[in-house]
Structure formats: C-alpha cells, structure tokens
Design a protein around this ligand. Structure first.
Ligand code: FAD
Ligand code: FES
Ligand code: FES
Length: 486
C-alpha cells in the first residue's frame, strides 16, 4: 500500500499540512512553540491539571463531534483528519467574548488566570453538548481541571450562568459545522499515513487489516490508542516510542455491539463512548465509570489501552474480570480469545506476543440471579488512581450463594480474582457471617504492597471491609453503608 507522507488537519480556521512530524511530538508543543498559540497552557504535562485543554473535532458515526482533550499528552500525528480548536478561536474578530468567556468574567471565575483557558475550553465543550447543564454535568465536565486560586465556586457559578449569556446557534463551531465537515472529508483519502522526524516514526494504518499487517512488519512498535499512558512515557520519562503505530482513528476498533448474551467493545472505544452502553447493561458501573480519571482523559483513554498496559491498578480490569469478560487478540490474520483474567500473567507480563494487539473485549450480560457491585478506593474522588478497586459478582439461589467471582486491583502485581475468598462464600447462606468469613479469607489471597497511595495494612483492611459493604448494600439492610453525597 502506498502511504501518504503527511498529516492534515484543521487548526482553528486554517488547513494544516505537515510532512515532518515525529511520533513524540505533542500537540501542546506544536501549538505553543511553532504556532505561538500560547493561550493553551502547560501546567503538569501529564493530563492531570487541564490547563492545556483544547477541543478536537472528528467524524464519529457520520457526524462531527467535538471533545475536550489534553493537548499535553495528545500526539500531533494522531490529529490527522481532525479539527483542533484552541482558546484563541473563541472570541469574535472584533474581540467580543464568547458567552462562556463572558460568564467567567461576570462571575469572577479567574484570578491569576493560568488555569482559565483550560476551564473555558472544558466549559465550552460542555456548553456545546448542553447549553444549560445540570450541576452533575458541570461537576463531571470540570473533573479534569485544577485551579489553585478561585476555590472553584465562581467557576461553577460561571458554568451555571453560561445558559443566560449567549445563543449556541451563533457559535462558530455550530454555525460552521457543515463547512468544517466538508473540509475534513476533503482531508481524508483512506490511505495509511507515515511521517517521521529525525528517525522518530509515526504510522497511522488505513484500517484494522492494515494495522495487523503493520504490526507483523513492526512487531517492536509502540501501539498508541488514547495516549493517556504512553503520553506520559514521553513527557515525563523522555522515552523513545518509535516506531509508533496510532490506532485511535480506526473506526473498525471503535465499534460497540450488543447481542442477546454479550456486549462487545472494540479496543479503541474511549471510556466516554463506552459509558452509556456499559452502564445501561451494568448499572452498578455508573458511579465507578465516572471516577475513572477526569473528563478529558476519559474522552481520550480507551478500555483496550487500560487492559493492554497490564497495570495492576487499572480500573477496568477488576470489574470486567468479575463480569466474566474475554478479549480477542489478533496477530496478522490469526485471532484468539482469552479470558481477561488469564491475560495478566505477572507484573509487566501479559499474554500478548510481539505484533499482536487487543482487538475487542466481550462482556457477558448479567445473569438474572446475580448481584453486582464495583468499588474504587482512592485518595481523591475525581482524577485519581485507585489504591484498591474491586468488582463483585455473586449468585444467590434460594438464599444460598451458588457462585462468586470477586476480582481486585491494587492488591497484587496483576488484577486478579480472590480465589480463597470466593471459595469461602460458595455454598454458604447469604448472610453477614459468610461475607465476614470471606473477607478474612482474603488474607490468603493477597499480600499487598505499601506505596505512596496506601499501606499494605490499609489495602487489606479496606478490601476486607468491602465484603461487609457488599453484603449490607445487597441485603437491603437499613444500616447506612455510605454517606449520601452533599
Ligand atoms: C490524568 C490521568 C488520570 C488517569 N486516571 C486513571 C484512573 O482513574 N483509572 C485508570 O485505570 N487509569 C487511569 N489513567 C491511565 C489511563 O488513562 C488508562 O490506563 C487508559 O485506559 C489507557 O488507555 P489509552 O487508550 O490512553 O492507552 P495508551 O496510552 O494509548 O496505551 C497504553 C498501553 O496499552 C498499549 N495498547 C493500547 N491499545 C492497545 C491495543 N489495542 N492492543 C495492544 N496494546 C495496546 C500501548 O502500547 C501501551 O502500552 C489515568 C491517566 C491520566 C493521564
Ligand atoms: S498541562 Fe496539565 S493536563 Fe496538560
Ligand atoms: S485562577 Fe489561578 S490557577 Fe486558577
């Protein structure tokens, strides 16, 4: 296949074509250092603070959709065929502020101003989705933005006030949607894209079959989906990732299929896109899912990336293992299906051969007699990595526990089922004593580590207490299991 040797995208209102792009080049560096668009700030360079928030628009399901993302960990090469919108594009040519900016001014939402462009862009993304958002939607949209001056209350007031300050129909991105859609269509040609700078190579396969071929030819390549892990390897660890194979643009990996027995999620589906189908089928994941990272990272990060990276503290694996998930791995034309739990072999070691990639995740629908819960324990509610995460799946028939799959993250070198605790439950009556005994058996399953997130004792105690909590929540007890959120 002949490859195109340039990437093409729209930046605000300019068509951009770049021939010399390295795999490691970030959008933030490009904006600030090459385009001098310095409204986009660098606070942390690791996706945590939101100061670099910009919008990326791309064709999704036949429609142009804009999402807030972190420019600091978004690689430039991945923007082929996209529309990048920075804060400079918001105000009118005559300097009139955008309604979102005006609301920030009116509500005194800015002090030193460093975080302000990032907040404005996150609120802008929200305003485009819903010009009159609920409190819950405002909190979700601002999960990924930090401010060290305002105490957040004026920013939240600005978010509430946005509805009164302007008419979305007059907004540039909404008015120009058709024009941008036509221009984006003109940029794409269905070809593989290969660009490089000083030997730092980036490849964007044309489709999933092409991806399989590229990886067979380059088995040592770094696969990049949302880059919310890999981005930090570059910005924090200064690692080389060449050759890098980008997969986030591949529609064939972004499909979600629902059958009578399973939900199948393509490995390139983002947390945001997975949220509605997953929480519809597995309501216990609703709160848990929104506690994964923050809004911008969920717009970029994929479920496949969370599995493939093999981290012991990834949030998706424990709850998906508890649901009995399997994954499809593909090497060239050969596909194989493995239980998700079996994919994790040891710390840093997964059942994946060089050149092989995760293609899809298959999650069985819940059995009628089964009880489910998902728990995340972290220092902060939002935008924090788990100290302990757990998925519970317990089947009760006529008051007896007949099956239990209980998986933990943060308790071992890999996400893993608690075999002894499960065995302690099966065959027992569904009562509190059984769950306290199962919690005690957990000490035979795991010897957790102490680190900066939690001590080993804390992890064990917290995990054991989750057994009691699960029982109390499921038994419709009137005991308070958790405080209602203020
Ligand atoms: C600020 C911040 C907060 C975060 N909070 C959380 C959190 O709360 N919970 C949590 O679990 N994680 C969190 N993360 C980590 C990260 O967002 C997740 O692990 C995410 O799911 C990674 O997906 P990705 O698509 O970005 O992966 P990438 O960074 O693109 O890739 C991650 C790894 O998977 C490999 N890979 C990706 N896709 C495939 C594939 N299809 N086949 C084979 N290999 C593949 C890559 O080569 C790489 O090794 C956070 C990250 C940041 C920056
Ligand atoms: S600079 Fe902090 S999230 Fe990008
Ligand atoms: S206004 Fe100063 S960091 Fe937010």
């Amino acid at each position: 296949m002949t490859a195109r040797k340039e990437i093409r995208f729209i930046l605000n209102d300019h068509d951009i074509t770049l021939q010399t792009v390295g795999a490691c080049d970030t959008l933030l560096d490009y904006l600030r250092l090459e385009r001098h668009l310095t409204g986009t700030k660098e606070g942390c360079a690791e996706g945590d603070c939101g100061a670099c928030t910009i919008l990326v628009g791309r064709m999704t399901g036949g429609a142009l959709r804009y999402e807030a993302v972190n420019a600091c960990i978004r690689f430039l090469a991945s923007l082929d065929g996209c529309h990048v919108v920075t804060v400079e594009h918001l105000s009118g040519a005559d300097g009139t502020l955008h309604p979102v900016q005006q609301a920030m001014v009116d509500c005194h939402g800015s002090q030193c101003g460093f975080c302000t462009p990032g907040f404005v862009m996150a609120l802008y993304a929200l305003w485009m989705q819903n010009p009159d958002p609920s409190e819950d939607e405002i909190e979700t949209a601002l999960q990924g933005n930090l401010c060290r001056c305002t105490g957040y209350a004026p920013i939240i007031r600005a978010a509430r006030a946005m509805a009164a300050t302007g008419n979305p129909a007059k907004d540039f991105l909404i008015r120009e949607r058709e024009n941008i859609t036509t221009r984006l269509a003109g940029l794409t040609d269905g070809k593989r894209v290969e660009v490089e700078k000083d030997g730092d190579r980036a490849i964007l396969p044309a489709d999933v079959d092409d991806l399989a071929q590229v990886l067979v030819q380059n088995p040592e390549a770094t696969i990049i989906a949302g880059a919310t892990d890999v981005g930090l390897w570059v910005t924090k660890l200064l690692r080389s990732i060449t050759p890098a194979v980008f997969i986030g643009h591949l529609d064939g990996l972004r499909q979600i299929d629902v059958s009578d027995s399973h939900i199948t999620i393509g490995a390139g589906v983002s947390y945001t896109d997975a949220e509605s189908p997953l929480t519809g089928a597995y309501p216990h994941l609703e709160e848990y899912w929104r506690r994964i990272a923050g809004w911008q990272v969920r717009n970029m990060g994929t479920v496949g990336g969370n599995i493939a990276n093999g981290s012991p503290i990834g949030d998706a694996p424990p709850v998906l293992i508890a649901l009995g998930a399997e994954i499809t791995l593909r090497l060239g034309q050969a596909e194989r299906r493995v239980r998700l739990e079996d994919y994790f072999i040891d710390y840093g070691k997964q059942d994946r051969a060089p050149g092989e990639f995760v293609e899809a995740i298959h999650i069985p629908l819940m059995a009628p007699d089964s009880l489910h819960a998902a728990y995340k324990i972290s220092k902060r509610r939002d935008e924090d990595i788990s100290s302990v995460a757990a998925g519970f799946n317990v089947t009760v028939v006529d008051g007896q526990i007949t099956a239990a799959t209980i998986a933990f993250g943060g308790m071992a070198a890999i996400p893993k089922c608690a075999a002894q605790a499960e065995a302690a439950l099966v065959g027992q009556p569904f009562d509190q004593a059984a769950f306290i005994a199962a919690g005690a058996a957990l000490a035979q399953d795991f010897t957790p580590l102490s680190d900066w997130r939690a001590s080993a004792d804390y992890r064990m105690k917290a995990a054991q207490n989750l057994f009691r909590r699960f029982y109390l929540e499921m038994s419709e007890s009137d005991q308070p299991v958790r405080l209602a959120q203020a």
